[in-house]
Design a protein around this ligand. Sequence first.
Ligand SMILES: [Zn+2]
Length: 280
Amino acid sequence: MQQILKINQTGNTIVSDFLRGQWQGSPVNGYRNIGYNHMPKDALRNILLAEQNNLCCYCMRHIFYTSRENKNCTLEHIIPRAVNDYNTFLRYTNQSDILNENVVIQSVFTASTVMLEIPPAPHHIAYHNLVASCDGSIWDNPNQPTRYTAQFCNGHRGNEFIHPFFYDGHVNENIIYDHTGLVYYTEDDDRQTMINHLNLNYATLKKVRRVWFFISTSEFNLVQVEAANDQLSRQNILTISILDSPLQNFQDDELINTFITDLFWGILLQYRWFYGATFQ
Ligand SMILES: [Zn+2]
């Protein structure tokens, strides 16, 4: 997982300008329509994608947004919009200085009789409460492909409590990938439960990481992998990477048949972040 730094001042400016525009000019009328569905999202989404290097905040998939019809990216509320009580809200802010300093519960703004400055910004639209996640879309197998969405990350999580792992400076030491493709959180059962809420050990994700483990420890570089446009060159890369590894076993034959296909090779390349990642 990569650390996400929230240092783009424009993120707050977008939210601040929106809130100022929704202020009705009197204590009686207050703010109007300051929910997530009313705010303009394009500029903010671009900031989130750039500061995350176009990587899903949870699974490290390459994410993009070209149009409503052509995207694999969603905006994730770290503190879900459904949270409307202070005890649940504090559970998040108590675990993160970034949230604590920059985000307040939405009702502070919706009930305000005066115009407020940000930060802190209301949690439905706060820049610091929003990150870009993939849509969890995946295919079941390369031969009879059915596309499923929300199998992991934002859509799978729903409103479950998640610690904002990606805000931690030590995220790379705490989130571990092992050579079987498994991801886990070191020495903390609660946070392992959160990894499970995100379904980051979904079978295909594990296979993708297992393949990257083999390729990372092989003679092939990323340029060669990205240039493998036909099944023969893919088979060559996969077979040599896997057979040369002392950690391969008989089940890895299936990986070759799966990932030489256009569909699954494409999925593999969406996870190229794992080339050079640390595997244990
Ligand atoms: Zn994801």
